[in-house]
Design a protein around this ligand. Structure first.
Ligand code: SF4
Length: 490
């Protein structure tokens, strides 16, 4: 193992292989072709490994008519056979719930077909395109947005050539996402054919490959593949881990090989009910990714694709998870939560609200930190001199109850909610009055801010001056103020 092997994280004991495939030799098990050939693709085959309730057979058979099943032996081995709600199982095993919502959802929830100048290409953003080169995957995820493209048979070469040709005659395209299906399901020779044609296009700068192979078939990531990919740099790979139990030594080895080939790895997880819809699970996943040198990139709201309604969570769940990550772990471990807008609107980032109030004219913001503590922040004076002729303090913390989202407490003991703050008048007159008040606050030595004019008093000031001010502040007082505001010593 390399030194970056993952620590166990939310792990079920790894007894799967011994349980499901006791007779399989190591050489077969570690051969990705054996893994691919021995995928579980029928309910009958699945029933020889996992118990399927008799009254659910028909429901599960029915949904397989809509979307096929495929589970590599390796991925099956991650499933806890004793847990019918196992998060790995839920991602790939057709469930009766899926039949319940069989008619709910869209075939093409992101409107990819509407933005398709030639079959296989989606050109939605100005400088980049999606190129769907394959219609098969190592595993089939029950929530897949692109279920509609997973038909049997290979993508014809003539279609691949038309896609390359479109990129070649579209100079605005500097970045292509080669996806599918899974491009890494192709042989090295076939994949190289595609990559070499793309790399020959002068204006194409970046080639990104979207793949779930490091998660579902990590044996596929071998030295030959990595050496081939490295010939076509800059190559990036977007991987797709959803649960910390997918972060295995095998997956870590695959990611390590790709990283050593100079390929940056970014993870695109999908938020799925019953799989990863908790702060604890996503945090553990992100930490596992970081240990493998994979950057948590996006956390997607599950798309409203047909047959996936049982996986969808409210947007508030994603916001809650982001709230539980930001500030509570390294910023590098925090993905961007995005909703892919229906009908082709593109990715829309959604985040908890940390900017509680902003007065552009007065250069003043009220911000909330990850602990729910509330701070007042003033922008550079050069931006606001016209309405704020006095030197501005750099900002400071407004007292709050300490509880997340708790009320602000004024110096005079009157509670102010962010809503009240948002209700401030922003007229030039009010701005002048408030600037005056702010200047008074800057000179305050007892820490209380008295804002004049008609606007309500918003809080007290324990100013932490970080720059020059007309009122000098002793370093001892600075330290005391910083400590009082929960900052490190300035
Ligand atoms: S690996 Fe990706 S493209 Fe393939 S089924 Fe899963 S989500 Fe869909």
């Amino acid at each position: 193992m390399h030194s970056n092997a993952p620590e166990p994280a939310l792990s079920a004991p790894r007894i799967g292989r011994a349980h499901y495939f006791p007779q399989t030799s190591d050489s077969d098990w570690n051969d990705w072709r054996w893994q691919f050939r021995n995928r579980v693709t029928s309910l009958e085959a699945l029933a020889s490994h996992l118990e399927i309730p008799a009254d659910e057979w028909q429901d599960r058979l029915d949904v397989l008519e809509d979307f096929r099943m495929g589970i590599t032996p390796y991925y099956l081995s991650l499933i806890d056979k004793d847990d019918p709600d196992d998060p790995i199982l839920r991602q790939v095993v057709p469930l009766a719930e899926e039949n319940l919502f069989r008619a709910v959802g869209e075939e093409d929830p992101l409107g990819e077909e509407q933005f398709s100048p030639v079959p296989g290409i989606t050109h939605r953003y100005p400088d980049r395109v999606l190129m769907v080169v394959s219609n098969n995957c190592a595993i089939y995820c029950r929530y897949c947005t692109r279920k509609r493209t997973m038909y049997e048979g290979a993508t014809p070469d003539v279609e691949l050539d038309r896609m390359v040709d479109y990129i070649a005659r579209t100079p605005s395209v500097r970045d292509v996402v080669v996806s599918g299906g899974d491009p890494l399901n192709y042989s090295n020779a076939k994949l190289e054919q595609i990559l070499s044609k793309l790399r020959a296009i002068p204006h194409l700068e970046i080639i990104r490959i979207g793949s779930r192979v490091p998660v579902a078939l990590p044996q596929r990531i071998d030295d030959e593949l990595c050496a081939m990919l490295a010939k076509y740099h800059p190559i990036w790979v977007n991987v797709h881990f959803n649960h910390p139990r997918e972060v295995t030594p095998e997956a870590a080895r695959a990611c390590d090989k790709l990283s050593r080939a100079g390929i940056p790895l970014n993870n695109q997880a999908v938020l799925l009910k019953g799989v990863n819809d908790s702060v604890e699970t996503i945090k553990s996943l992100c930490h596992g990714l970081m240990r493998m040198r994979v950057r948590p990139y996006y956390l997607y709201q599950c798309d409203p694709v047909r047959g996936a309604e049982h996986f969808r969570t409210p947007i508030s769940k994603g916001i809650e998870i982001m709230e539980g990550l930001r500030g509570h772990t390294s910023g590098l471990a925090v993905p961007t939560f995005v909703v892919d807008a229906p009908g082709g609107g593109g990715k829309i980032p959604v985040a908890p609200q940390y900017l509680l109030h902003y007065e552009r004219e007065q250069g003043r913001a009220v911000l909330r930190n990850f602990q729910g503590k509330i701070y007042e922040y003033f922008e550079p004076r050069t931006e606001t001199d016209e309405v704020n002729p006095q030197p501005a303090p750099a900002g400071g913390r407004l007292e709050s109850s300490g509880a997340f989202g708790g009320p602000l407490v004024h110096a005079n003991g009157v509670a102010a909610t962010p809503e009240k703050l948002n209700g401030h008048a922003a007229t030039p007159k009010a701005a002048r009055a408030r600037s005056k008040g702010r200047a008074a606050a800057a000179g305050s030595t007892n820490g209380s801010a008295k804002v004049e004019g008609s606007a309500p008093v918003v809080g007290k000031s324990r100013w932490v001056h970080r720059g020059k001010s007309q009122h000098s502040t002793s370093s001892a007082r600075l330290a005391a103020l910083a400590a009082a505001n929960g900052h490190p010593k300035p």
